[in-house]
Unconditional design. Structure first.
Length: 586
């Protein structure tokens, strides 16, 4: 891999010496990581599905001064523990720029995972293998994708990787009790990030196999029971940093709403969500068939050859392979048994997967089969981009123009750049280096996404365009209410608004909104056209724009049809709004 990079950049001997110098490995990897992670930083607002919600919670923590219980538009949010939102809120409080603050936790978590993977590979094998592991981790699609987005899973994966690092330092390179306790404490922090921070405990299953068949391959074979038991204690201590204040506060407040929040986050959103999921329902084979092939690129291209090598090493009782590969398989199986599945759930397994592949990267990067698959993938991207341009400009130009007008942006210049990039790197691969061509394509696509696609898509994806358009149809002295609202709407509005519940029954929400609308001539509702009937007449409302897969309308009291039941005392909640919209971001 190092030779490939130096060949393409020229000055082969000087760069080879630089890349083979152990002292430069980690700084070079960190610079490469910043090149990938920082592309487009500050050029976009939070995007759906999850980013606006977490950014809104963090912003309101700072504005309201209420940090213990997260709120979405004033409604307690019990889906996830608050650690990730606390960190975003801290960065926002320090910087005042939410456009940057909301991405920093995932970015720093990515850098942390890179350091842990590099250091563990260096200790288990040698600096060159560690350098290759770091490069592969950064090129893996799912890893860099999550380091560039603001979802909980990046931070969760850091805690999981830290726990795996600590456990392997103890089991394979130990005994090292300090790292053993750090591992359990990290699991606790993972649990108060997303609930499944206990995933490293699944390492117990491959460890049992090793303990029974090849105990002499483990550095730490025995341990005093009391020292082992302190590990779970460290995990409970980390959980208690959040859970104990929460339980005390809910008990002192004696509120039915807060009690419902406590019960939901502790029970319904944990075991019940895993065993009887109500969202993202997918078949058992979903991860193997629909996620791993693209999310774990380029590792997934080499899996046919990696699996044979792993199997051979495991038959010999290799402890490193058993623990790393065995744990990755356990993670896949664990999430496959839950009916609710999302591709991002597999992110915590990526660092371990890369570590397991690292010793074979130098060999496989020159393998003819890997070269051909890499070249085919590059060619597929080029073909897709060129085909899209042909369809847009030559076959269906009217349809392309219609979509551009409907969604508010034209992607065809960007698609042209992708076509040129993929054709250029395909030429490199055709000359005999498909692996390098794929690596360059991945790096180039991240740059195009950050510096070009982010500013292009941001107005339509973030509501930074939709909300100003909406306010153009609302008199300056009128009150604005929201129905079926998205979290990004509240981020992008700089005036107080009314809403009528978060994740409420849509008909009940609409009835309360109509009751509120009918109590004053100087009120307006922002609502999706599909949700207006039977209470509101779409023909009496004003169309704003088609965004977020809906046609958004502004309706006044004259749009009320009188054909639905409304309450006498409608539920109404207020959003603070914020004064930094349009200056420092949302």
């Amino acid at each position: 891999m190092s030779a490939f990079i130096s060949d393409i950049l020229g000055h082969r001997s000087e760069l080879r010496r630089l890349l083979e110098d152990e002292r430069t490995h980690l700084p070079l990897l960190l610079l490469f990581a910043l090149l990938l992670f920082c592309a487009g930083l500050g050029l976009r607002d939070p995007w759906p599905a999850d980013e606006p919600r977490f950014a809104l919670i963090a912003r309101d923590m700072v504005l309201r001064g209420d940090w213990l219980i997260p709120h979405v538009g004033g409604v307690p949010y019990s889906d996830k523990p608050p650690l990730f939102m606390w960190i975003v809120a801290c960065f926002y409080w320090l910087s005042g720029h939410l456009r940057i603050a909301f991405l920093l936790p995932s970015m720093l978590a990515g850098l942390g995972m890179l350091v842990l993977v590099y250091d563990l590979a260096r200790r288990l094998w040698n600096p060159q293998v560690a350098f290759h592991a770091g490069l592969l981790l950064l090129l893996t699609i799912q890893f860099t994708l999550q380091a560039r987005t603001a979802q909980l899973d990046g931070l969760l994966s850091f805690w999981v990787t830290l726990a795996i690092y600590g456990l392997l330092r103890h089991i394979l390179l130990g005994p090292h009790w300090a790292w053993y306790y750090i591992a359990w404490f990290a699991m606790g922090l993972g649990i108060i990030t997303k609930g499944v921070g206990f995933l490293p405990v699944l390492l117990l299953f491959p460890w049992i196999v090793l303990r029974l068949k090849w105990p002499h391959h483990l550095a730490s074979r025995e341990g005093q029971p009391w020292r082992l038991a302190l590990g779970p204690v460290a995990m409970l201590f980390a959980i208690g940093l959040w859970l104990i204040p929460l339980l005390v506060y809910v008990s002192l407040e004696n509120s039915a709403g807060l009690a419902a929040y406590r019960d939901d986050i502790l029970f319904r959103q944990t075991a019940e969500r895993y065993l009887d999921s109500w969202d993202h329902i997918e078949p058992f084979w979903y991860y193997v068939v629909e996620v791993i092939p693209w999310a774990w690129l380029p590792v997934s291209l080499a899996l046919p050859w990696l699996i044979t090598r792993w199997w051979r090493r495991m038959a010999e009782g290799d402890a490193v392979t058993w623990l790393l590969v065995g744990w990755v398989v356990c993670v896949i199986v664990f999430f496959s048994f839950s009916p609710g599945k999302r591709g991002v759930y597999l992110l915590p397994a990526v660092p371990a997967l890369v570590l397991a592949a690292a010793p074979y990267l130098s060999e496989l990067s020159r393998h003819r089969g890997v070269h051909l698959l890499s070249l085919l993938l590059v060619a597929a991207v080029a073909t897709t981009a060129v085909a899209a341009l042909v369809l847009a400009y030559l076959i269906f130009p009217e349809r392309a123009l219609e979509l551009t007008v409907k969604y508010g942006f034209s992607p065809w210049a960007l698609v042209s750049a992708i076509a040129l990039l993929s054709l250029g790197v395909a030429a490199i691969g055709w000359r005999g280096n498909g692996v390098l061509a794929l690596a360059l394509l991945i790096v180039g696509l991240w740059q195009l996404q950050g510096w070009w696609a982010y500013p292009l898509l941001n107005p339509s994806r973030s509501a930074s365009e939709l909300m100003p358009l909406t306010l153009e149809h609302v008199p300056a002295n009128a009150e604005l209410g929201l129905v079926g609202w998205k979290e990004q709407f509240l981020l992008q509005v700089n005036r107080p608004v009314s809403h009528f519940g978060f994740r409420r029954d849509r008909q009940e929400e609409l009835q309360d909104a109509v009751a509120w609308l009918g109590r004053g001539e100087n009120r307006r509702l922002m609502i999706a056209e599909r949700h207006m009937l039977p209470c509101l007449d779409p023909s009496a409302a004003t169309s704003v724009a088609f965004r977020h897969r809906r046609e958004w309308m502004v309706a006044g009291p004259d749009a009320i049809t009188g054909q639905c039941k409304v309450g006498d005392q409608p539920t109404r909640l207020w959003n603070l709004g914020t004064t930094d919209v349009g200056n420092n971001g949302p």
